[in-house]
Design a protein around this ligand. Structure first.
Ligand SMILES: [Zn+2]
Length: 148
């Protein structure tokens, strides 16, 4: 794919175009993201280099966090998160631009919530009904329009 806004001609790139800055994972891009967030973790607000707000004997290090773990770590999908908020289990969650959890990206935390009793039997029943209806609808749709 050719991004035409970057080109003066097909032979010569636009003079102001700096390819390195277009790369989503350069330090300067992450620096700009951190600046936008005032050098704070989007999720807990801990400030880079200062003591962490939750782990008070640890200095905050900001890392590139996914908003949605199913999408590439680039552009708007990057939020700064401290080393504690950006843990391995982050892949379970979808965050908004303010670092708040807005969705679930994996089955595991739902299953665990059921096992631990965080969801009531009524909620589990409701989830079961929802999923059954959804699966039926998809099967019906796929049956009417078979995939080639
Ligand atoms: Zn944090």
């Amino acid at each position: 794919m050719i991004a035409l806004n970057m080109l003066v001609t097909l032979e010569k790139p636009y003079p102001a175009f700096v390819p390195k800055r277009r790369s989503p994972n350069t330090d300067s891009d992450f620096e700009a993201v951190k600046q936008k967030y005032d050098y704070r973790c989007a999720t807990c607000g801990s400030r880079e280099g200062e003591m962490n707000l939750r782990y008070k004997n640890q200095r905050t290090q900001l890392q590139r966090g996914h908003r949605n773990p199913k999408l590439p770590l680039e552009g708007d999908n990057i939020i700064p998160q401290c080393q504690f908020c950006n843990r391995a289990d982050r892949n379970y969650w979808v965050y908004d631009e303010r670092g708040r959890v807005v969705g679930v990206a994996a089955v595991k935390p739902i299953a665990r919530s059921i096992e631990k009793g965080y969801l009531s039997e009524q909620e589990v029943e409701s989830l079961h009904k929802y999923l059954s209806r959804r699966v039926q609808r998809r099967r019906k749709r796929d049956g009417e329009k078979p995939t080639r």
